[in-house]
Design a protein around this ligand. Structure first.
Ligand code: NOJ
Length: 566
């Protein structure tokens, strides 16, 4: 089991303070996404909290990650899992207090890790003081100018100002008592802020400064591509999110050029601190992503291309080469993401046939199409691929346990607004947010002293962290081993050479000479010559089975190099 020498964290932080060299830890960092609400509950209210998370932090050290990204922890009515914030500079009492947050940050730093917090500039909660003031103040007031309040269409203004749709379903406009409408690109409990308003801009800088001063090492910026709206509010056909991100061009509210001016201001603030970073949740066309990574913009951005790719060697290879090259072209590194709190867990995704619409499949089925065992094998192999790549890797809590999507939660426990707003056409994202099974027994399998806010399926007991920790063949052991080797062999350079080992094989070599070989086909393949360092499935007679990945240390180069597909 991996342990951190006791003086290690201190040494790292001494180096940071001395500013001996620019600390760009995020370029190669392994970041663990903590969905706080479902991580560990200390007080038995069924909701994960900061003292619970602090008590479980050694799990992250033993796993071997470098940083933790915590989903929103602010006061919130929780109409969108905390992305509806009523005070950006406090902690929701269900999660703890500001002192708990300070203790958590200190606990993370003491272990030599970094902490990234989620900030949400695009919208507030409808419970936020500003929104309540806007409702009271009425049309034309400076209070309403902080949001997007418009008169409606039609003779009596009873139709929404335009045809924009909410990303969660239904119209993006809600009418208030005096007849005006306000914009909410997400739930009606999440009114969009008006980023043309200087007060909105100044307030967000104060929020950033607040958390940076409290000691966080980075911020994850929610809906980074959505802040600027076309001030003429043109109709757009009512499509909230095009199926293909390449179609996201010249849009009235996604990825408008004006957002880059805002980012510059935040970057200047962060540059005044040592070793801090911003990561963008920018859902944009791949060709537009590098603009978010320019030197005066974000340090990195989530790369959702692999998350959206099917299990296919050519597709994976194309994404990898393109993403690596386009990040490098602007002096950044790519991030690699397979899962997060918004999508079906990849252990389930990879068990479904190609072409499945993962957001609708829990409703439409056919549910017999799921092969969970194949899904898990591929999930382990895909994780090894991402951990072997140059750049930064983001792991979503529970990935390291191979947790599946709980796609069949009972209707009456569902909380995601998507479920309600689509009239049941989509079950939403609760299935990837089920509390973590830490132990094999107990009312919520060690998550807390009582049942969790979402029920865990029976199969979670067999996936408990305590059980996997002592099983050398478990997903958890694989993650620990791979992350340790990654630190030792794969983070000192950003070199990537693709290797040609067959149509269904994804293979590449890193600067250290370590090769990563993933068999994405249907029959076993012969591994190139080399010492097998770690594999996601047993290798017998030098053969790697289908749906598996191996890392090899070189003896001699035996694999031909391919010209990248772009
Ligand atoms: C992206 C977040 O990841 C998601 O969970 C949230 O619902 C939307 N942004 C709106 O804040």
């Amino acid at each position: 089991m991996l342990t951190v020498p006791t003086d290690e964290p201190t040494r790292r932080h001494e180096a940071r303070r001395a500013g001996a060299q620019p600390d760009r830890w995020w370029r190669t960092g392994a970041v663990y996404q903590m969905y706080l609400r479902s991580f560990a509950d200390s007080d038995g209210d069924g909701i994960g909290d900061l003292p619970g998370a602090l008590a479980r932090l050694d799990h992250l050290v033993e796993l071997g990650v470098d940083a933790v990204w915590v989903n929103p922890w602010y006061p919130s009515p929780m109409r969108d899992g905390g992305y509806d914030i009523s005070d950006h500079r406090d902690i929701d009492p269900r999660f703890g207090t500001l002192s708990d947050a300070e203790a958590f940050i200190a606990g993370v730093h003491r272990r030599g890790l970094r902490v990234i917090v989620d900030v949400v500039p695009n919208h507030t909660s409808s419970d936020h003081r500003w929104f309540r003031e806007a409702l009271d103040a009425g049309p034309g007031s400076p209070e309403r100018a902080r949001f997007h309040f418009l008169d409606g269409r039609g003779p009596d203004g009873s139709e929404p100002p335009n045809d924009w749709s909410s990303a969660f379903g239904g119209s993006a406009w809600e009418r208030v008592a005096d007849g005006q409408w306000y914009l909410h690109l997400f739930d009606s409990g999440q009114p969009d802020l008006n980023w043309q308003n200087p007060e909105v801009r100044a307030d967000f800088v104060d929020t950033l400064r607040f958390w940076l001063d409290l000691g966080v090492d980075g911020v994850r910026v929610d809906v980074a591509h959505g802040l600027a709206k076309d001030p003429t509010y043109p109709d757009n056909g009512g499509i909230a999110v095009p199926r293909d991100r390449r179609d996201l061009v010249d849009h009235p509210y996604w990825d408008r050029d004006e957002v880059h001016v805002l980012i510059r201001e935040w970057r200047t603030l962060l540059d005044g601190y040592d070793g801090r970073m911003m990561v963008a949740e920018a859902v944009v066309s791949p060709t537009r992503l590098p603009a978010y990574l320019a030197p005066d913009q974000y340090h990195q951005s989530f790369n959702f291309d692999l998350l959206e790719a099917e299990w296919d060697a050519w597709g994976f290879g194309e994404v990898i080469v393109t993403s690596h090259a386009s990040a490098a072209a602007v002096g950044a590194t790519s991030t690699w993401v397979l899962s997060n709190h918004d999508v079906m867990r990849h252990a389930t995704r990879y068990g479904l046939p190609h072409g499945t619409d993962h957001a609708r499949w829990p409703v439409t089925g056919p549910h017999t199409a799921l092969d969970a065992a194949v899904g898990l094998r591929r999930a382990q192999a895909a994780a090894m691929v991402t951990m072997a790549l140059p750049g930064s890797v983001y792991l979503y809590q529970g990935d390291e346990l191979g947790l599946p999507e709980v796609w069949d939660l009972p209707d009456d426990v569902l909380e995601d607004p998507t479920w309600r707003r689509t009239g049941g056409a989509m079950r939403g994202r609760d299935g990837c947010r089920v509390p973590i099974p830490w132990e094999e027994t107990g009312p919520s399998l060690g998550f807390g002293p009582s049942e969790g806010w979402l029920p865990q399926p029976g199969a979670f007991a067999g996936l408990a962290a305590s059980r996997q920790a002592v099983d050398p063949t478990s997903t958890l052991s694989l993650y620990r081993q791979a992350l340790r080797l990654r630190r030792e062999l794969l983070v000192d350079d950003e070199a990537l050479t693709m290797l040609a080992l067959g149509d269904d094989v994804l293979a590449f070599e890193r600067g250290s000479g370590v090769m990563c070989v993933a068999n994405m086909g249907t029959s076993a393949i012969a591994l190139p010559d080399g010492e097998v360092l770690v594999t996601s499935a047993p290798v017998a007679g030098g053969l790697l089975p289908p749906d598996a990945c191996a890392w090899l240390a070189p003896r001699t180069r035996s694999a031909p190099v391919v010209t990248p597909p772009v």
